[in-house]
Design a protein around this ligand. Structure first.
Ligand code: GRF
Length: 202
């Protein structure tokens, strides 16, 4: 299977995918990395790995619809079976999401459905939660609302700040995202009627 990864920044999740790909553990091939930010460090990671890169800047497009149209044209040029959002910090239009329905994954740094949106680590601390985590899910039109495939939990200890918690969560992101991608590439994860299934159940 052919995989396109969308990023906006550091790309530490992308890096784990590249590493797993090198070790033949990803189940598919990353054929391109696309960023909406030219300065995203993840683009350098991709180049270092010899993967094609592209930048589609939202600033070059008058509306969200135009940007999403340009983005999907570039993505579709690579004929992906799977599109992976890895720290891609743009809200996508319903028509974009619909176009990639069932083959568009995201990772969100919370135990969804808790804490959709930004600043999830601080929200969990402020709520006095003793556990937190991350979720890999199919993307649907509902922001951070698509069906969850896999989650990992981490503890929150007294006196933890958001930075410490974020680091703890990222270790888990790096474990569960490539694993979910592998399952998808093996045909073990599907979305049907808005629900996620692993091996026919979940
Ligand atoms: C991750 O924390 C992810 O959960 C969120 O964006 C961040 C991306 O980090 N969606 P990186 O660019 O992969 O290092």
């Amino acid at each position: 299977p052919r995989i396109v990864v969308l990023i906006s920044g550091n790309g530490s999740n992308l890096q784990t995918m590249l590493d797993q790909g090198d070790a033949n553990l990803l189940g598919g091939k990353i054929v391109a990395v696309i960023s909406n930010k030219a300065e995203a460090y993840g683009l350098e990671r991709a180049r270092a790995a010899g993967i094609a890169t592209a930048v589609v800047s939202n600033q070059d497009h008058a509306s969200r619809e135009h940007f999403d149209g340009a983005l999907s044209e570039v993505i579709d040029g690579y004929q992906p079976n799977l599109v992976v959002l890895a720290g891609f910090m743009r809200i996508l239009t319903p028509s974009f999401v619909h176009h990639y329905q069932g083959r568009l994954l995201n990772i969100h740094p919370s135990l969804l459905p808790r804490y959709q949106g930004l600043n999830t680590h601080q929200k969990a601390i402020d709520a006095g939660d003793q556990e937190h985590g991350c979720s890999v899910h199919f993307v649907t039109e509902e922001l951070d609302g698509g069906p969850v495939i896999l989650q990992a939990r981490v503890p929150i200890f007294a006196d933890d700040d958001a930075c410490v918690v974020a680091e703890r969560v990222q270790v888990q992101e790096h474990a569960i995202y490539p694993l979910t991608i592998r399952w998808f590439c093996e045909g073990r994860v599907v979305m049907q009627q808005g629900k996620a299934y692993l091996d026919g159940a979940l």
